[in-house]
Design a protein around this ligand. Structure first.
Ligand SMILES: [Zn+2]
Length: 398
């Protein structure tokens, strides 16, 4: 690794510069007039911002001949994504998945490592080594983003992370000291929401809901292209939404709350009782196609999942719902029951919000963490004003 990583350029950019870059990164290449309109800038102001970026090569004109909506020739602008690299890491209770990405969050290099001891020093040592390896192979990074399940405070400290058994750990600060990189710490659902919104199934969707099912239930929200972030986002309140009055109770005593009726563990437990033998989750989803008892267990959970989608839509009015997570096979195995659950609580004149089911890898979450690092604010001395971040959600540690 280079002894003095060259990273300040991107993070030192004034906000108007980064507004232009963000827009082009999220929306893809567009003409100067479209870009000016999108950002509310005059042609002259836009030109002042883009000129140095074109000169430095960070921005470039898309080669070839292009015709705009009015039939006139136009020369769209695009970001040269290779100008900056970022590292993103997803940390679970026992593993770290890291990726070095370019500005478009394309994966250039990836590496993962087990977390054998959960104390902060050991985890930081694993992440530091991953960051060094990735930079040695792929070049110096401009920032490091880490996402984990739990409560992440604005200063990058972790209030509570159940899978790591952490409480009040000044994680971002210590990781920055260990790696000498600017560090962003994000709740993992926020990181996932960022990558889906910028480059995934939620691209171009102004108001978006992300739901995940697996070990528990996760929820991410984008309103007006802004990730809605809150220090309590990682505490999993949505998981306690009551869905099935006949369901078993969660650890807080809620009968049939989402955490229980939609968790892989509980669905497997229900199936074991009904079938008289234990069947792993993925096999159970397949078994539902031919065994009526398995079908009933799967349909009941899928119906509850549909209800949760309708509740989320009713309160937040998204244009799209993206469903993902380890347990997503439920919605694939029982689409009719999901549909019935969605219809059950919906006012009959409201159309169902479009749903997309996506399967994502751990590296995908890591890409989202890298976007959190891209959104770190410019250091105060380099900024002309506080940048208006589009995802809006990162946790700066400078
Ligand atoms: Zn509960």
């Amino acid at each position: 690794m280079d002894a003095t990583p060259v990273h300040p350029s991107w993070l030192g950019d004034p906000s108007s510069t980064r507004d232009v870059m963000y827009r082009l990164l999220i929306d893809g290449p567009m003409s100067r007039s479209a870009l000016a309109e999108r950002l509310g800038l005059s042609a002259a102001s836009l030109s002042r911002v883009t000129k140095p970026l074109l000169a430095s090569g960070e921005l470039r004109e898309v080669p070839g001949r292009h015709v705009g909506p009015t039939g006139r020739p136009t020369q769209p602008l695009e970001v040269d994504a290779s100008q900056h690299r970022f590292i993103g890491v997803k940390v679970t209770g026992n593993h770290a998945y890291a990726a070095l990405v370019n500005l478009r969050a394309d994966v250039l290099e990836s590496e993962d490592a087990p977390i054998r001891a959960k104390d902060p020093d050991s985890v930081i040592a694993v992440l530091t080594s991953l960051a060094e390896n990735l930079q040695r192979r792929g070049g110096a990074a401009s920032g490091l983003g880490v996402c984990l399940g739990g409560q992440v405070r604005e200063d990058g400290s972790v209030g509570y992370a159940p899978f790591l058994e952490w409480e009040n750990v000044p994680f971002g600060e210590r990781l920055r000291d260990a790696t000498s990189l600017p560090v962003a710490v994000a709740n993992d659902l926020n990181a996932l929401t960022l990558i889906e919104h910028w480059h995934g199934a939620g691209r171009g969707v102004e108001n978006l809901v992300i739901l995940t099912i697996g070990a528990g239930v996760g929820y991410g929200l984008v309103i007006n292209n802004q990730l809605i972030n809150d220090v309590n986002a990682g505490l999993g309140q949505v998981g306690h939404t009551p869905l099935d009055p006949t369901g078993p109770a969660c650890s807080l005593g809620h009968r049939g709350c989402a955490n229980v009726v939609l968790s892989i563990r509980n669905i497997e437990a229900q199936a074991a009782v009904s079938l008289g033998r234990s069947v792993p989750y993925e096999r159970l989803m397949k078994l539902a196609a031919k065994d009526p008892v398995a079908r009933q267990v799967v349909d009941q959970a899928a119906f509850s999942l549909g209800r949760l989608m309708t509740i989320a839509s009713a309160f937040t009015m998204p244009q799209k719902i993206v469903l993902t997570g380890e347990g997503v096979g439920l919605a694939v195995a029982a689409p009719d029951a999901v549909r019935a659950g969605r219809a059950h609580d919906r006012e009959k004149h409201t159309p169902a919000v479009p749903l997309e089911i996506v399967e994502v890898s751990h590296t995908h979450w890591a890409r989202g963490a890298a976007i959190a690092a891209m959104q770190l604010p410019a250091p105060p001395q380099a900024a002309d004003r506080i940048p208006a971040t589009i995802g809006g959600s990162t946790t700066p540690v400078h």
